[in-house]
Design a protein around this ligand. Structure first.
Ligand code: MN
Length: 726
């Protein structure tokens, strides 16, 4: 790399002198000697004398071309924390400003981003405050972290992972935010190396191989560009670009594409003298080779938020290969590499000049926030949202951080803690206030989940949860619960049907004959068959009919009288209605009011669909009143009794057994259940909807009374589709 580690003080002084000849080199040497003395006897994990570390950190600072004060502070950055040296001593030898910088770096070093929320918030604030107060503190800290990452292999694996994760989550985004591109890239590559060594090594080898294969091609393109520039009287240096392995890895992961697809292009950078010549150069490139549509980006006219500027374009180069160009001025290159450090003009006190502070509006905003938001938590929200936008970080009451996707709700949080917590959550407190379960949580929120053993997952939750974990768990629960309930209902229905036909349920339920029948129907066990009955997929009459068919021909007859599947569709037959005057008409019972014998009825002659029988109370009939000619008087034919399907709605306490008891109450009133559906409401009541076959209104009221006698039932009523509309 272009920014290799500085190994000793002479090398450091040379580097500083190279860009700042007027610098006080004596002061730098003095700081080195102070640091070496203070750290005397201390060694790094590598076994080297400790002072090599501060020298290397100061070396990184020369790569960033910082001022002498920052370099002196870099040399001394660990003396307050790790040696007997005091702030007073430092101040006497090097002045107030250096002490302030070293102190700031020491404070940031104490931040553990893994600790409790309050500490995180407080420390994050300190960190940003120190940054707003003097950005050099953060730059020194980044240099410190960079050298630690460069020498991470000397630590044991768990520690390496811990530091690399923190770097990836906090320091690399920070470096990016202040625009120090190469530090961000190197930090990320080092993180990849330690967190995912196999991937790192594979990519490193492949990139090296690829670059080797490409050398000749790159030379060819370079020569062509340089010739063209000379012909047009333009200056510019053409270079390859350092490879960012983590960037390649991210692209492969995000877009699920292969290494070849990501890396199948030659990338070159041209640095020229003026902004105007950037565009002139772009014109030259585009006249040499055809640009790829959609790949031109003008970051000069519209700089990135971290002030990055360049022109980007991709062209179809020699041999039809894609070549990507970045075109920028020397100054733009400095900003891309050094970010905020490139802009910072150090005057006394390390304050920024007005012109530059305007450019870093976001930084000024931090200072303003600090004044407006006395609450740490709120402050941390703002800061974190700046750094991370796709995720929110929330806290358990004990201060453990949970990462959730943006838009997540307390239910997602509950499932992130434990399935049991999710399954039984009834409410949540966010920062001490009760919120609805679909409330959207924000970064920094402390969330407490309220649970109740009676609570169960709700279908509605699927509408607002964001994590796939929560979705999966809720669906799983609903499915297994439906299975359980169907089995329970199915068993009851079958038992009632057996009894009706004089069969002993206890014997039949376990009989080989029933198992055989289940298998014929495609179910592995009797329970599966019962569940299918409970779901309404199989009719009880169908089963009982086939069970008793071989032994007695006669007994099949009653089961044929009311094929359940037909009744279950909710439509009754109109065979038992007589029309006064004896007109021969096609008839059907209306679906809207679904009249049964006992209800007062009227017929309405529809166009093309014959006679529809309505209940006289039906509001639809009222609407048809204008066409009186079409109304016909009809009455029930009591001579030929039949089965009629009605909808019954039952509200009951949502407790175990209620359902089964209601089902058997219906069955014991000689009514057949052809369909049952259960919904749990939010007030912990259950709504049971049945389709029941009854003979007439008298039979119906007997059934309703029987249901209402069941313990736990609140109301039972006949449901008609027009109810509620009226
Ligand atoms: Mn250090």
């Amino acid at each position: 790399m272009m920014y290799e580690t500085v190994m000793d003080i002479d090398q450091l002084l040379n580097r500083l002198y190279a860009y700042q000849p007027e610098a006080d080199l004596g002061m730098v040497r003095k700081a080195y000697e102070f640091s070496a003395r203070a750290h005397e006897g201390q060694t790094r994990r590598s076994g080297e004398p400790y002072v090599k570390h501060p020298v290397a950190v100061a070396g990184v600072l020369t790569s960033l071309k910082t001022d002498v004060t920052a370099i002196v502070a870099g040399l001394l950055h660990d003396t307050l924390e790790d040696t007997v040296a005091t702030a007073d001593e430092l101040q006497k030898e090097f002045g107030k400003e250096v002490v302030r910088l070293v102190d700031g770096v020491t404070k940031i070093g104490k931040i553990t981003f893994r600790s409790s929320e309050e500490r995180q918030a407080e420390n994050f604030r300190k960190m940003v405050l120190s940054m707003a107060d003097d950005i050099r503190v953060v730059i020194i800290k980044l240099a410190d972290r960079l050298h630690n990452m460069r020498t991470l292999e000397h630590l044991k694996e768990s520690k390496r992972h811990e530091i690399a994760k923190e770097t990836l989550e906090i320091y690399a985004p920070l470096a990016n935010r202040i625009g120090i591109g190469w530090v961000k890239n190197e930090l990320e590559d080092l993180c990849l190396k330690h967190l995912n060594p196999d991937v790192y090594e594979t990519l490193r080898v492949r990139v090296a191989k690829r670059d080797e294969d490409r050398q000749q091609y790159i030379q060819e393109v370079r020569a062509l560009v340089e010739n063209a520039l000379a012909e047009n009287g333009l200056v510019g240096t053409v270079n390859g670009r350092p490879k960012h392995l983590y960037g390649i890895y991210q692209k492969m992961k995000k877009q699920s594409i292969s290494f070849e697809e990501v890396y199948d292009l030659t990338a070159l950078r041209i640095i020229t003298d003026t902004k105007m010549n950037c565009y002139a150069l772009l014109g030259v490139i585009h006249s040499l080779w055809r640009p790829l549509p959609g790949r031109f980006k003008d970051y000069i006219a519209i700089p990135k938020s971290n002030l990055y500027q360049s022109l980007h374009t991709t062209v179809v180069g020699p041999k039809g290969e894609h070549v990507e160009f970045q075109i920028r001025t020397e100054e733009m290159h400095r900003v891309a590499e050094y970010g905020i450090a490139a802009h910072w003009k150090y005057k006394e006190q390390g304050r920024v000049q007005d012109k530059d502070s305007k450019a870093f509006g976001w930084l000024r905003q931090f200072i303003e926030w600090q004044q407006d938001l006395p609450d740490n938590r709120q402050f941390m929200d703002s800061v974190k949202l700046e750094l991370f936008h796709d995720v929110v970080y929330v806290f358990t009451p004990k201060g453990t951080v949970k990462e959730l996707p943006k838009g997540a709700t307390p239910v997602d949080f509950a499932y992130a803690i434990h399935t049991e917590v999710g399954d039984h959550c009834v409410g949540a407190k966010v920062n001490g206030k009760i919120v609805p379960l679909k409330h959207e949580v924000s970064s920094g929120d402390t969330i407490e989940i309220l649970t109740s053993p009676n609570q169960t997952p709700h279908k509605d939750w699927l509408k607002f949860v964001r994590t796939s974990r929560a979705k999966t768990k809720i669906k799983h629960w609903i499915k297994s619960e439906e299975q359980k309930r169907s089995l329970e209902i199915g068993r009851r229905l079958l038992e009632a049907e057996f009894r009706r036909h004089g069969l002993a349920p206890s014997q039949v339920s376990k009989s080989d004959a029933l198992l055989e029948l289940a298998k014929q129907e495609g179910y592995a066990t009797i329970d599966e068959l019962a569940a299918a009955v409970g779901f309404g997929h199989v009719a009880t009459a169908q089963i009982v009919g086939r069970l008793i068919a071989p032994t007695s021909e006669k007994s099949t007859a009653p089961s044929e009288s009311g094929p359940v599947s037909k009744v279950a569709s909710g439509r009754g037959t109109a065979a038992s209605v007589q029309v006064k005057g004896g007109r021969d008409l096609l008839m059907q019972l209306s679906r809207c009011c679904n009249p049964v014998p006992g209800d007062k009825i009227l017929g309405y002659i529809t166009r093309g669909r014959g006679l529809t029988i309505h209940s006289v109370e039906c509001p639809n009939l009222g609407a048809l009143d204008y066409d009186r000619d079409r109304l016909v008087e009809v009455e029930w034919d009591t001579a030929t009794p039949g089965q009629h399907a009605v909808n019954i709605a039952v509200i009951a306490e949502d407790k175990t057994g209620v359902l089964a008891n209601v089902s058997s109450a219906i069955a014991e009133s000689d009514a057949n259940i052809s369909r049952a559906e259960i919904t749990t409401r939010e007030d912990r009541k259950a709504e049971l909807d049945f389709v029941v076959e009854i003979a007439d209104t008298n039979h119906l009221s007997r059934v309703l009374k029987a249901i209402e006698r069941v313990d736990g039932v609140i109301t039972a009523r006949r449901l008609r589709s027009w109810r509620g509309k009226a």
